[in-house]
Structure formats: structure tokens, C-alpha cells
Design a protein around this ligand. Structure first.
Ligand code: ADP
Ligand code: MG
Length: 754
């Protein structure tokens, strides 16, 4: 959210029409609320202790000791500093008083929440060496429930006779009495008249109770009065969304459980809609604001490339090429995402785009996230354009071979100056590189197309930097993901790109059988499979355990592992060693030896992840597999199953963590990259996958990319419709105002420059 923290005030008596919107609540401090000026009751453990136990304790009706901290201060500790922040500080959950089970009806083993009042708070003397115990008896007008708190002496300060509390935990019984051990307790005391009680997050930690927050929110709602609804009514009606103002009240003060659900649905949709509006507008701005290149498609060079391929394109590749060619031919710069499963043949499609640019006298660049990947791409691209020539008026035969170069941080000295000179003079046709391509010294004569192999590591800013490499016309950009990402995530992280999906693998791929080898017997079976396949003339990969510290240590451990295997389970087989620390020349030698089957087993670090392509390899063993992420495991496994025959992948180890175990189980269950991507999103949560990539995602308080996929798609549709007919939102002033107030400065500048 925008950090517009000027001291603004909000007055209910100002202009009644037009209605104010959320934008007017941004930056309005909370000091104007009477209820927020009041001190917090300080029931919280942390605050109480920090203040040296300012309470005198006491039973029912005892006046709480006056705390120095006001609610404004407590709210600020929770990051709530303005009216917008307060009204979008949504309840974490709700207690429905009408459906609460009476204590008498709880059975042993139930996970339950009860509303009750505190009748007695006692401190039990711990047995020798035992933990201190606080026992609290609560009563719901009919039966008692006994709560035991172990090691939580502060409960003596928190809970007092007469207080109303909501208690959640697992029910046990002891001598016929119902009990809960270490339940969570929320004080719901106060003037709450509704049936559905909102419970606000973090209330204990900041020393402010849920009810105190509710009080501030109630006053704020009174003060701001009805707010305008900026979303076109037609869109709301079409999808059955409630009104904004109604939703804002119901989310905090629900009339019923159904009403609060409808309210949350609407407000969550608004979050997604704002995010998608920003993305769709950014996409429009990218397209409108810059002059691209109209590439000539279907050139002889590309034709020769197609003829040189030892296979016909798959249907999906042909479709992708068509979409990309249409983009390349348009004078508007292309911004497209190419998604496809491991082995679906993205490289051919990417190279097709690059060569289309080269054929017209432009240069192409492929950017990879690591040096190793850049080297591998360089190798495979060089091999694929090997026999191809471009016209060259300066040479004897009027043409010369397509020139492909590699630029990484390891390209130094004379080699580097030669390469930079070649790029600036337009003599280098294709360059493959890392971030090194982004440095200032790199200048292109005529950059026409850029392929970015992302692997979840490049940001929007880098894409922009690369585009800026050419002073004049903006090159076409194709972003390639190494493994699939879920559709909703793509729509958000790459929401400013068009998307092409390769949803088909080349023919003749036999499925890979995956086995999670947990015990010693399973592991022995894995090594037996390697020996068996080698016996049959096949080859295998062994991926060494992931060591976090450094490339060096990783390399050392791979060397050790090779020795262990050579002396043990793989005794007698011809082993090769591949890791990132080898000089490029050695690396190529190791790979050549494996490719020509002079080596049986390649023992490697994750260097083999991408680009290595040996159809005769039919087994992969991944050691300590639980340490790898799903995308990486899937990418690694994609190195086998490339020939016609059956292939196997053995995942070794217990799985290390519960998440690791789930990853391995998922790998065993499916080979579908799109399905695995969903599991990944599920396990890692959207925060880690998307958080750093897309600022707006952090503003999702109610909506979840994971749980609300349907609404992500819907928000995208509505945003596209709105921006399509109104690119600068001039006929949707309410939305424009809201976005201006709520996006960050950079986006504001960019999206609303006129
Ligand atoms: P990705 O990058 O999508 O994982 P690659 O581009 O590395 O996949 O291709 C995987 C393998 O499939 C390579 O050996 C490539 O030569 C081969 N391949 C690509 N397209 C086809 C096709 N249409 N028919 C058969 N094999 C193909
Ligand atoms: Mg590839």
C-alpha cells in the first residue's frame, strides 16, 4: 500500500456527494477516533510482563489498572496506522453464538470452541520438578469445563472471575469431568450484541483485545459513513457479488455466518481485481508505450532450421510457433510466456524465435539464471545452428555461418573485449549469457529478440533492463519457465505477459517409473537397477546430495560420493564425475564421454538439471532427495525417459521433513509437471513462490491465489474487460483513484503517466 502518511483528517460532515471511496481513507491517522485514544486493558501476557505487572489482579468487576499504552499505539504495533488499515484489518475468524455446542454436549476427543465465563482461577503447586500449572474453571450456565495451563503463569494475570472467554482445544475427560489442556483462549468480553463474534488477529500479542479492536472499527465505520462502490455494477451482478459498503460492515459486524462469507468473498475479489488491473494496465502500457520491430516471418533461414530438425514439430510446438510468429510480425513488442513441461521441447521454439530475428539482420539473446545453465544452452544452441548460414554481403560467398557466443562472468580479458566488440558491431548473431548480459558494457548493434530462461529467478526489473539495452526499437521478449507453474500463479506473477503453453510431449516417450526408496532394501534395489541397466547397455545418472554451503563444498562431496560408489554399490562400472567447479573444457570432455557411452554412470551435482540430453540413459538415482524442491526434482527426473524404452527414477532417503516427504510422495504419484506445480504451490504457500516477485501479492489479506483460483481467473476477466474499453480508467474514476492510492509509487508513475 502507498505510504502516504501526511497528516490528513477525515470528517464525516464534508461533502456528501459524490460518495467517498477507500482512497480517502489512506493516510488518515487513527487519533481522530475517540475509542482509539483509550488505554488498552492490557490483558495480554507480553504487555503485562513488559510493564512490570502493572495490574493488581482482582476478581469480577475489578477495574483494570490504567495502562500507559493507548489503542492507537497498540494498533500501530500491529502495523495498523490509518483508517484504511483499520477497516482492512479483518477478523481472523468468527464465533457463531447460535451454533456453539454447550459444554455438556462435548465428547472426548472433540476439537471444540466454547463460549463460557470464568468462575475460578487457581495456581496449583507443581510437584517436585514439575511444571507450574494454572487451572481455570469456566461455566456456560449449565456445566463446567476445567482448563489446565502448563508453564503459563501469566494466565493468572490474564484471566479473572466473571470474564467471558472463547476457549478452543481438544476435549479430554478425567473422572467424568470435561477438560482441556493448554487451550487457546480469547477474551470476548465487552459490549458485543451480535450473534456472530469477530475474532481479530494478533490481539493478545500487542496487548489489545479483539473486542477493543472491534470497538475502534465500529467507530471508524460510523465515521466514514457509506463508501462508494467503484466496481461496475454489471460485473458485480453477473458474478453475484455483494455491495462494497455492505460487505465492509458485514465483515466486521456480521448479521449471520452467511453474510460474513458473502462479505469476505466480495472484499477478497476486490483485492484480486486491483492486482489484475495493475497487471493488465502494465501490459497495455508495455505495448502502447514502445515501438517494436516487425520481423519477417517464414524466412529461408528458419525454413532450413526446420528442415534440419530430426523430427517434426509436435502439435503444441507448431501452435506455439504460430502464436509467437504472429507476435514477432507485429510492430508491437512481444511479451510472452512460454510454459511447458520438462522435455516438451521449449528450446526448439525459443530458437525459432531467435532465428526469425537473426534472419532479418537482428541479433538474438538468450539469458539464463546461472552460469552452468548458460553454458549448457550455449552448447545445445551451437549444435542446433551448426550448419546454418546467414547472408553476409562482405564475405566471398555472400553468406557466413550463424555465430553463437557465450557471455558469463567467466568470460574475461581479451575474450571478453572481442565478444563485446562483436556484439556492438553486429557480428555476433546469437549470444547466450547470464546476468552478465545486463551490465552496462554490453551493447548490441541491433537486438531484435530476447529469450529469458527464468527458472523463477528473474524479476520484472531485469526484463525491463534487458529491453532497455537497445536505444531505439524494443526487442521482442519471450520468457521461458523451466518447469510449469500453476495457472493462477502465472496469471499473477507473469500477469503482464501473454501465455503460450506446450501441453504435449514429443511422441515415443515412455513413462518414467518413480520409486521412493526409503529403507536400506529399497536403496539396494536402486543400485541393483543401475547395474542391471548398465549390463543391458544403458546408462545412468546419480545426483549427489545437495550441500548448501558452496559450489566448492558441493564439488568435494560429489568427488567423495564417486569414490564411495566406485568402492561399493557401483564397483566395476565406468563412472564419470560432473560438477560446477570443473573447468568448461573438462566439463565438455565428461559430457562427451557420457554421450558416446564411454561412461556408464554420470555422478553429478545438480549441474545435470537442464540441457543434458542422453536418450540412452534410463536410470536416475537422486540421493537425499527430500532436500530438493519439487521443481528441481521434476527437472532432474526429466533427464531420463528421453529414449523409447522404460526408465526409472529412484528417490533416496526418508524425506528429511514432513514437507520433504510430501514432495517425494507427489513425485512418486505423478510425472505431470502441471500437477506437481500445484502441489508445490500448496506446500510452499503463495508467499514464498510469489511474494518477492509481485509486490501486490503482499496486499492480499482475504484472497489467496491458492484457495481462490476461480476468483483469480474472474478478476483477470473483469480487469481485461474494464481496461480493454477504458485503458486509463478515465470512465472509472473511482477505480483509478483507488489504484492510485493503493499501488506503490513506481506503478503509479508508470500506469498513470498522462
Ligand atoms: P524442455 O526445454 O522443454 O525441457 P527440450 O527443448 O530440452 O525440452 O527438448 C527435450 C528433448 O526433446 C530434446 O532432446 C529435443 O531435441 C527433443 N525434441 C524437441 N522437440 C521434439 C519433437 N517435436 N519431436 C521429438 N523430439 C523433440
Ligand atoms: Mg531445454
Amino acid at each position: 500500500m502507498a505510504a502516504n502518511r501526511s497528516t490528513r483528517t477525515f470528517s464525516a460532515s464534508s461533502e456528501r456527494s459524490p460518495l467517498k471511496g477507500l482512497a480517502q481513507l489512506v493516510g488518515v491517522p487513527l487519533d481522530g477516533l475517540r475509542s482509539a485514544q483509550r488505554p488498552v486493558r492490557s490483558a495480554a501476557p507480553a504487555a503485562g510482563r513488559a510493564r512490570g505487572g502493572g495490574r493488581s489482579g482482582g476478581g469480577a468487576g475489578a477495574r483494570p489498572a490504567v495502562s500507559a499504552k493507548t489503542r492507537v499505539e497498540a494498533l500501530a504495533e500491529m502495523g495498523v496506522t490509518d483508517l484504511l488499515g483499520l477497516l482492512t484489518h479483518y477478523p481472523r475468524r468468527y464465533l457463531d453464538r447460535t451454533t456453539q455446542l454447550p459444554i455438556a454436549e462435548l465428547s472426548e476427543g472433540d476439537e471444540a470452541t466454547v463460549l463460557a465465563s470464568v468462575r475460578r482461577v487457581q495456581r496449583l503447586q507443581p510437584r517436585r520438578g514439575g511444571k507450574p500449572v494454572v487451572v481455570v474453571d469456566v461455566w456456560d450456565e449449565r456445566s463446567y469445563l476445567s482448563l489446565s495451563f502448563f508453564n503459563q503463569p501469566w494466565r493468572l494475570q490474564q484471566l479473572h472471575e466473571g470474564m467471558e472467554v472463547a476457549v478452543s482445544g481438544r476435549v479430554t475427560t478425567f473422572r467424568g469431568r470435561r477438560q482441556m489442556a493448554n487451550p487457546s483462549v480469547e477474551v470476548v468480553e465487552g459490549e458485543w450484541k451480535g450473534r456472530v463474534v469477530p475474532i481479530y488477529p494478533q490481539s493478545e500479542k500487542a496487548g489489545i483485545t479483539s473486542m477493543e479492536i472491534a470497538g475502534c472499527v465500529a467507530e471508524a465505520l460510523e465515521l466514514v459513513g457509506p463508501l462508494a462502490d467503484p466496481v461496475p455494477p454489471a460485473a458485480l451482478e453477473a458474478h453475484g457479488f455483494a455491495q462494497r459498503w455492505w460487505s465492509l460492515r458485514q465483515v466486521h459486524q456480521p448479521e449471520s455466518v452467511a453474510a460474513k462469507s458473502a462479505a469476505r468473498r466480495r472484499l477478497g475479489f476486490d483485492e484480486l481485481l486491483r492486482l489484475q488491473l495493475v497487471l493488465v494496465m502494465r501490459k497495455r502500457a508495455l505495448e502502447l508505450g514502445s515501438q517494436g520491430i516487425s520481423h519477417q516471418v517464414g524466412s529461408p533461414l528458419v525454413g532450413r532450421f526446420r528442415d534440419s530438425l530430426p523430427f517434426p514439430l509436435t502439435g503444441a510446438q507448431a501452435r506455439a510457433v504460430k502464436e509467437i510468429e504472429a507476435d514477432l510480425a507485429r510492430p508491437v513488442p512481444m511479451h510472452r510466456l512460454l510454459q511447458g513441461d520438462v522435455g516438451s521441447g521449449k528450446t526448439v521454439v525459443a530458437l525459432w524465435a531467435l532465428l526469425t530475428a537473426v534472419a532479418g539482420g537482428y541479433q538474438g539473446a538468450l539469458m539464463a539464471p546461472t552460469e552452468v545453465l548458460a553454458e549448457q544452452h550455449h552448447m545445445s544452441l551451437s549444435a542446433m545452428v551448426g550448419g546454418l548460414a546467414v547472408s553476409d554481403a562482405g564475405s566471398l560467398f555472400g553468406e557466413r555461418g550463424v555465430r553463437v557466443e557465450l557471455l558469463t562472468n567467466r568470460t574475461t580479458g581479451a575474450e571478453r573485449s572481442r565478444l563485446l566488440g562483436g556484439l556492438a558491431a553486429g557480428e555476433v548473431d546469437l549470444v547466450v549469457g547470464t546476468h552478465a548480459l545486463l551490465t552496462e558494457a554490453v551493447q548490441f548493434a541491433k537486438l531484435g529478440a530476447v529469450v529469458i530462461d527464468e527458472q523463477h529467478r528473474f524479476g520484472v526489473e531485469q526484463r525491463a533492463a534487458l529491453r532497455a539495452k537497445t536505444g531505439g526499437l524494443v526487442p521482442d521478449v519471450l520468457v521461458m519457465t523451466a518447469t510449469p507453474i500453476p495457472r493462477t500463479a502465472a496469471m499473477t506473477v507473469y500477469g503482464d505477459l501473454d501465455t503460450t503453453v506446450l501441453d504435449e510431449l514429443p511422441p515415443g516417450r515412455a513413462p518414467i517409473e518413480t520409486v521412493w526408496a526409503r529403507g536400506p532394501l529399497d536403496v539396494e534395489a536402486a543400485w541393483a537397477a543401475v547395474r542391471r541397466e548398465v549390463q543391458a547397455g544403458r546408462q545412468a545418472y546419480v545426483v549427489c546430495p545437495l550441500v548448501e554451503e558452496s559450489d566448492k563444498i558441493q564439488a568435494a562431496s560429489a568427488t567423495e560420493e564417486l569414490e564411495r560408489l566406485a568402492a561399493g554399490p557401483l564397483d566395476g562400472l565406468r563412472l564419470g564425475l560432473l560438477h560446477g567447479q570443473l573447468p568448461p573444457r573438462d566439463k565438455e570432455e565428461v559430457m562427451a564421454s557420457f554421450r558416446s557411452a564411454l561412461t556408464d554412470v554420470l555422478v553429478a551435482t545438480t549441474v545435470v538439471e537442464v540441457g543434458v540430453d542422453v536418450p540412452n540413459a534410463t536410470v536416475m538415482v537422486i540421493e537425499d532427495a527430500g532436500r530438493f524442491g519439487i521443481a528441481q526434482l521434476h527437472q532432474l527426473r526429466g533427464r531420463v525417459g528421453r529414449g523409447g524404452g522404460r526408465s526409472w527414477c529412484y528417490l533416496l532417503g526418508e524425506g528429511t521433513t514432513p514437507d520433504g516427504q510430501e514432495r517425494l510422495a507427489a513425485m512418486e504419484r505423478t510425472t505431470d509437471g502441471f500437477e506437481l506445480a500445484e502441489v508445490d504451490l500448496e506446500l510452499r504457500g503463495e508467499g514464498t513462490i510469489l511474494g518477492t516477485r509481485q509486490k501486490g501479492v503482499n496486499d492480499l489479506k482475504l484472497a489467496s491465489l491458492r484457495r481462490h483460483r476461480k476468483y483469480v481467473v474472474l478478476a483477470r476477466e473483469v480487469a481485461t474487460e474494464i481496461v480493454g474499453s477504458d485503458p486509463d480508467l478515465s470512465t472509472h474514476p473511482g477505480l483509478a483513484e483507488e489504484l492510485k492510492a493503493m499501488v506503490d509509487d513506481e506503478d503509479r508513475e508508470y500506469l498513470f503517466k498522462n
